[in-house]
Write a protein that binds this ligand. Structure first.
Ligand SMILES: Nc1ncnc2c1ncn2[C@@H]1O[C@H](COP(=O)(O)OP(=O)(O)OP(=O)(O)O)[C@@H](O)[C@H]1O
Length: 289
């Protein structure tokens, strides 16, 4: 077994923008390095304002985007060496994505159970309809649904929260070691967000899956993450234990982000709204040991 699940060293991504004469270079991600240990599943939140490079970094980890420089290794697989479809499959067994809009993750004309059975066929060689039904149902049960609830249903027949759970169940069929979730709750009804982020904690604790949680939202990041990495203009400006970073931020940008949340919270309190923006709420559970 490799000691590191993910090893990212000095990864950068530069995009070119504009026409031939007005070509500009944008350093979307600049010299980012970090690791995830193989034996200690964790939730790492990547936080930053719009345009800070979070999605580009997530897409490089998912091998959707190629870095301009630097190296990414997932559980011993050097992403730059993935060429064949077999290598791609082996990689997808280890890491699965969850995207922002669950309605865009599924073809609206295709039944959800068909998606799940197709995914199961891709990732498991165990034959038999009964075995397939059991694994699809198992994956759905892990996210609080069942095959009975999902069978014969189309994406529009489910709520955004339910559909995001189906997307997570589909990811679980690959039995991944890592899930990269890019703003997975930002398009979900506020009342359902907490149940989805809680689900990530369950996946970490019960299935040993590490989660990279990309978000703008300090409150949910504080609530579920073990570690936090703050990005600004493509660079990591602060990282460390989630509670330490958010309770006593060292970098001015992290302080600025935190103050913005506290201002929202003060406005909510003034308006009589109680949300989950309270970073120091006694109701927020302590970090897992
Ligand atoms: N394909 C691309 N071509 C050109 N520029 C790009 C491309 N993808 C991203 N960028 C630029 O790279 C920078 C980082 O974008 P990225 O989407 O990674 O940020 P982000 O932190 O995820 O933002 P958001 O929270 O809004 O999704 C931005 O300036 C963006 O415009």
């Amino acid at each position: 077994m490799n000691d590191l699940l993910l090893d990212i060293s000095e990864v950068s991504k530069t995009f070119g923008r504009g026409g031939l004469l007005s070509r500009q270079k944008i350093a979307a991600v600049n010299q980012v390095s970090f690791q995830l240990a193989a034996r200690r599943p964790e939730i790492l939140a990547i936080i930053g304002e719009s345009g800070s490079g979070k999605t580009t970094l997530a897409r490089m980890i998912l091998n959707i985007e190629t870095p301009t420089s630097g190296k990414l290794v997932l559980d011993g697989i050097d992403l730059a060496a993935i060429r064949s479809s077999d290598a791609r499959m082996a990689f997808m067994h280890k890491v699965q994505p969850i995207f922002q809009n669950p309605f865009e993750s599924f073809n609206p004309l295709k039944r959800l159970d068909r998606y799940l059975f197709m995914t199961r066929r891709r990732f498991s060689r165990a034959a038999g309809e009964g075995a397939a039904e059991t694994s699809v149902d198992d994956a759905l049960q892990k996210v609080g649904l069942s095959l009975q609830e999902v069978r014969h249903r189309y994406p529009h027949e489910l709520s955004g929260g339910q559909l995001q759970r189906v997307a997570i169940a589909r990811a679980l069929l690959a039995e991944p070691k890592l899930i990269v979730a890019d703003e997975p709750v930002s398009m979900i009804d506020a009342s359902l967000r907490i149940s989805i982020v809680n689900l990530f904690k369950t996946l970490r604790d019960d299935l040993g899956i590490s989660i990279i949680y990309v978000t703008h939202d300090l409150a949910t990041a504080y609530y579920i993450s073990d570690r936090i990495m703050i990005m600004q203009k493509g660079c990591v400006v602060e990282s460390g234990d989630a509670r330490t970073v958010l309770r006593a931020p060292q970098h001015p940008y992290t302080r600025q982000l935190r103050e913005a949340v506290l201002l929202t919270e003060a406005a909510d309190v003034a308006a009589g709204v109680s949300g989950m923006n309270d970073l120091t709420s006694p109701g927020a559970p302590e970090r897992r040991a």
